[in-house]
Design a protein around this ligand. Structure first.
Ligand SMILES: [Zn+2]
Length: 333
């Protein structure tokens, strides 16, 4: 039966079409593996796949109105089994899940088992899973979801139909962002800084870009203030961080500043672009960037962009993040 599909998902056109056809033609694979970096829409696709599979409507899938749709939304539909959302993928949890799956009857036509975060599975867990992947219980399909497959054993991969999620093209990001009330500069900045990942864009936009702007203002102040000013500002920043995270190890404190480090890198690159008369990425701060760019030399900016990569590595280890930040700013001036 051919249905009309209503999935509010942008990009991944061929992949979605393929999944929808397998539902229409009732030709589900035994096991799918959805993979690709976080924020691309894998979970949303799983959700609409499950809803469309179980929906009772004869025309539109999912209808969103029938009992199955409502129960799938609440994760209480009888033929839907999920693991890995609130539980870790320990061998015990996997065994228990598979046991439950093998004993249960199908109440409708098909059972669907979804395991999230399969990239965190260890070798024992993978071994426990293998037999089920090879021979799933009757009328059962399995979807595994992973951000990356580089650590998954070949024995698991070879038993799955692999579906790779890729970053969205700019056109798709643009049409998706039509749903949000953004200025042209905001929209371009979100597109430039979310790398085709709607999930990242949503995090940026969740408070109307307020947090993003606050972080940008902080970086602008650090970059444009005197040495005395930024040393003081950094000192204040870290005393607040230490107060908020009592007893935190150095790398844990560093972790809290990592997103600022990423943003700092964006600013340095934009300053360089501005000097080279190229379009900047952070269009919301274009005038600040063009103004500031006159006080930095090209050589210093390039040198510091290289330094930042080193700093990102160091921050993962037990190096004082405060000293790291002070050095970064001292050398950029
Ligand atoms: Zn429905």
């Amino acid at each position: 039966m051919s249905y009309q599909y209503k999935w509010p998902i942008y990009g991944h056109k061929n992949l979605l079409k393929y999944l929808q056809e397998t539902i229409s033609q009732d030709k589900l694979a035994n096991t799918y593996l959805f993979y690709g970096p976080r924020g691309l829409g894998k979970k949303l696709t799983v959700k609409y796949f499950a809803k469309s599979l179980f929906c009772e409507d004869k025309v539109t899938r999912p209808c969103g109105e029938c009992k199955s749709c409502k129960m799938t939304d609440k994760n209480s539909f009888l033929d839907l089994y999920t693991l890995g959302k609130d539980q870790d993928l320990s061998v015990e949890n996997i065994r228990e899940f598979l046991h439950k799956l093998s004993l249960s009857h199908v109440s409708g036509e098909k059972k669907l088992a979804i395991i999230y975060g399969i990239d965190s599975i260890n070798l024992h867990g993978a071994n426990a899973l293998l037999k089920t992947l090879e021979e799933p219980p009757k009328d059962t399909s399995i979807i595994l979801v992973a951000d990356s497959i580089s650590n998954l054993p070949a024995t698991v991969l070879s038993r799955c139909q692999l579906l790779k999620f890729r970053p969205l093209a700019i056109d798709d990001m643009e049409s998706w962002l039509e749903n949000y009330n953004l200025s042209k500069e905001e929209k371009n900045t979100v597109i430039n800084l979310s790398f085709g990942r709607p999930g990242l864009a949503l995090t940026m936009m969740e408070d109307n870009l307020e947090k993003f702007k606050k972080s940008c203002n902080f970086i602008v102040k650090l970059l444009s203030g005197s040495t005395f000013y930024f040393m003081q500002a950094i000192d204040k920043w870290f005393s607040v961080l230490k107060k908020e995270n009592p007893g935190a190890k150095l790398y844990e404190l560093g972790d809290q500043t990592k997103q600022y480090l990423d943003l700092f890198e964006v600013f340095l690159r934009d300053l360089l672009w501005a000097k080279l008369d190229r379009p900047v990425v952070n269009q919301l701060y274009e005038s600040e960037i063009r103004n500031m760019s006159t006080s930095f030399s090209q050589e210093t900016l390039i040198k510091n962009l290289l330094e930042i990569n080193k700093a990102k590595q160091k921050i993962k280890h037990n190096v004082s993040p405060q000293i790291l930040w002070e050095n970064l700013l001292l050398s950029v001036k």
